[in-house]
Design a binder for this molecule. Structure first.
Ligand SMILES: [Zn+2]
Length: 220
């Protein structure tokens, strides 16, 4: 009996170890957040937790850098060399002539790459007022949607899930329940794109490509 208990304990510890290592191997996404509209710290923290949870369910870990607007934040806020370092600005401006005018905009180059996105605070507030769904949960879902655009590239919208272009009662209900998520295929697509970007970056460092500023290239 004692031996059996030890075997079970060993199995459990091994299982936890494997579990821990699988979490440790999740691809890392870093996001510099610029809170231009002074969203309250509680709301912003809850929104970031919701967005991080959406990404965790897709197999990614998110690190948030809350960057001060006045001085540009800490140095880490501006270190955008890593492929999965994104920048989100929560703004009172609502951009016109964008493909995603409802809640925000992701700025993508013609090849579908991009790092910078805006979240329209007024639109999140309006959706909260009209639906009574928690504001932080709406904000976090919008943040995850715009991050999805940046990580998925062109043609990121889908007929269901967090990347649906228009959110209606079904999506709002799922936001409230915490089940508005990326589709499995989208998680795989983001992982592939991030792995591909890393390969390009490493190749650039080795080959001294002009992609990176000269002072970072081949410095030793
Ligand atoms: Zn969109």
């Amino acid at each position: 009996m004692h031996r059996r208990f030890k075997a079970v304990l060993l199995f459990a510890l091994t299982g936890f170890g494997l579990l821990g290592s699988s979490f440790a191997e999740n691809p890392q996404v870093t996001v510099s957040v610029y809170n231009d509209v002074e969203v309250s710290p509680d709301t912003l923290t809850q929104a970031e937790q919701r967005a991080a949870n959406i990404f965790l369910r897709a197999g990614f870990d998110v690190t948030w850098l809350n960057c001060a607007q006045m001085n540009g934040g800490t140095a880490a806020c501006n270190e955008m060399d890593e492929p999965a370092h994104l920048s989100l600005r929560i703004t009172s401006q609502v951009a016109r002539s964008t493909s995603d005018t409802a809640f925000g905009v992701a700025f993508l180059a013609s090849d579908g790459t991009g790092r910078y996105g805006d979240v329209f605070w007024k639109r999140a507030q309006e959706l909260h007022a009209n639906s009574k769904v928690d504001l932080a949960l709406i904000l976090g879902s919008v943040m995850a949607h715009e991050m999805g655009h940046l990580l998925l590239g062109s043609n990121a919208h889908a007929i269901s899930g967090i990347m649906r272009a228009h959110w209606e009662s079904t999506e709002l209900r799922r936001i409230a329940m915490g089940t508005l998520l990326f589709l499995p295929e989208q998680g795989r697509r983001m992982g592939k794109r991030m792995a591909g970007s890393r390969t390009v970056l490493i190749s650039s460092l080795r080959g001294c490509s002009s992609i990176l500023p000269a002072q970072r290239c081949c410095s030793s």
